[in-house]
Design a protein around this ligand. Sequence first.
Ligand code: ADP
Length: 267
Amino acid sequence: MIVVKVGGSAGIDYDAVCADIAARWKNGDRLILVHGGSGETNRVAEALGHPPKFVTSPSGYTSRFTDRQTLEIFEMVYCGKMNKGIVERLQRLGVNAVGLSGLDGRIFEGRHKDSVRAVENGKVKVLRGDHTGTVERVNTHLIDLLLAGGYLPVLTPPASSYDGVAINVDGDRAAAALAVALKADALLLLSNVPGLLRAYPDESSLICEIPAADVENYLEFAQDRMKKKVLGAAEAVQGGVKRVIFGDARNGQPVSAALGGQGTVVS
Ligand code: ADP
């Protein structure tokens, strides 16, 4: 089993990702696709007059502050436009894809964090009314049913809290939890960069290999949201996933290239 997570940043070629996935699926590979939608969510939020707000925690992690209105915009884009766009591409390519959020069948479950500690102007503030959390449980029953029926699952945040409230969760870490739960052979984290760069944004500074035991030491090279990918990779390999690859989804055959060792391979 291979879990492919494709991000939501500008420059990602979803046609290329879907064509590669469709070819491999038809060839007998077992795959699940998880996707993001951050870039498009930012655009739609601006257009609807509710611009995105990003907060940075005291430990340096950046996340989207998700009030109820933001959550609804987030769902419109992730579960609507992005998810159905990917499902449509796969259907056109002859793959019977089914798009679901983590809420559906409680595929992704976690605790609802209502408040977040954020650094603003050098001071730590507590912001309330946040609809976020972290995936702590993956309920694989529905996924197993879909795979057994020949359907390719296309999954996206939000997740469900234990009380059934929609929560915004990080897609990379959700994909990592899924890969662990499914005992996947590989987790691919595809984005708009060649992999983890030692000196971002210098693309010639690509880190090709990271020993699994050392992955957390590489957090220092990751800025902003890339940190979550490194954290997700650490969680996946610690949970038994043999290989995590940070790969490039901007063109070519992104899945095959990453599985062939292009990008940053954590193993
Ligand atoms: P996606 O939504 O595609 O999953 P993110 O925006 O969450 O991607 O994270 C990828 C982004 O992280 C890259 O587009 C890049 O701007 C940023 N980044 C920060 N530090 C690094 C690094 N050391 N190497 C590669 N990318 C990095």
